[in-house]
Design a protein around this ligand. Structure first.
Ligand code: TA6
Length: 311
């Protein structure tokens, strides 16, 4: 659907409008009494959400390329059908394809947009494409429902439309904006097992009651349904992330040395970000029987920490 058709079908005067970047990426912009937000149709990529009176909640790299087929660095990339590098599974010996799968660089379809009270509800869908078929994914549908208001709800549903089982990993690979990654504290993962990707994927347990970042951190925490609080003293706020349909929480910050290897991140960019991802990866990967579906949901809200609150 071109820009005019999008505007004709889905615009909500004063609330929801559409535009296009110089590289031809189409985006929806939201400005409601409760929040402002921006989402690109490529990857159904939510790049910003800012509740009224709060700072932007997501980190968005100023070096993101915003070009067709290139992943945007920041916001909430949708990771599907594999996390990281593709590796053989019980259902497929293949290991080809882009890091983090194809969903975040494919063109999604806007299927629904509405204002209900102060909340804007959007639904985007992804169907098989030449790219997904070439990678062995030809009978599925993704449905992504966003509720954008004073809080944010993201629901990613995967449907198996084939007569065979469908294996996948998924992640809402959320980049949170922070005042200084060295000062934040991440609550909710104490005693939880994780894979330490900075140490050959060794299985470890977080002994500390609270996670503070002191270097490159790359941890899928497994078999956890816990809510997480990201405490940010510099921004005087606490970002609360609840989830359902997700048994993995990934925490990632590249730190200085690895950040220097990322062309779409400024050398200091790592200081302003922390990824806390709502996911199902590795042992938590999902296999759908024919006709089955699964929904991964994140609910995000921001609390001012001006007055210290219990976690
Ligand atoms: O979620 C953490 C992670 O898997 C890291 O290992 C790092 O690769 C990060 O994702 C970013 O991946 P990307 O492909 O977006 O550069």
């Amino acid at each position: 659907m071109d820009l005019n058709a999008l505007a004709q079908h889905f615009s909500i005067p004063g609330i929801l409008s559409f535009s296009q970047t110089e590289h031809g990426l189409r985006r929806a912009s939201i400005s409601s009494p409760a929040c402002s937000a921006e989402i690109y149709l490529q990857g159904a990529h939510l790049t910003q959400w800012q509740p009224k009176g709060a700072k932007p909640v997501f980190f968005l790299s100023e070096r993101s390329q915003f070009e067709s087929g290139k992943a945007i660095r920041g916001g909430v990339p949708i990771i599907f059908p594999w996390f990281g590098n593709r590796t053989p599974t019980a259902l497929s010996q293949r290991s080809d394809g882009p890091s983090h799968g194809f969903a975040r660089t494919e063109e999604w379809t806007l299927a629904f947009a509405a204002l209900a009270g102060d909340e804007v509800h959007l639904t985007l869908t992804l169907d098989p494409s030449e790219t997904s078929r070439s990678l062995g994914y030809d009978q599925f549908q993704l449905v992504y429902q966003l509720s954008l208001g004073a809080e944010l709800r993201l629901r990613l549903t995967v449907r198996n439309l084939s007569s065979e089982p469908l294996w996948f990993e998924d992640a809402l690979h959320t980049y949170f904006a922070v005042g200084d990654a060295r000062e934040i504290a991440i609550h909710g993962l104490a005693g939880t097992r994780y894979l330490d990707k900075t140490d050959h994927f060794k299985v470890k347990v977080q002994d500390e009651p609270v996670l503070r970042l002191t270097g490159r951190t790359d941890r899928p925490y497994l078999d956890t349904v816990a809510a997480v609080d990201l405490e940010d003293p510099l921004y005087a706020r606490r970002i609360h992330v609840e989830k359902s349909g997700s048994r993995t929480t990934v925490v990632w910050n590249p730190w200085a040395a690895s950040a220097a290897q990322l062309p779409d991140l400024t050398p200091e960019g790592w200081l302003q970000m922390a990824c806390v991802e709502t996911a199902n990866v590795a042992a938590d990967a999902i296999t759908l029987a024919p006709g089955e579906q699964h929904t991964t949901e994140a609910r995000i809200l921001v609390r001012s920490d001006a007055i210290r609150q219990p976690c």
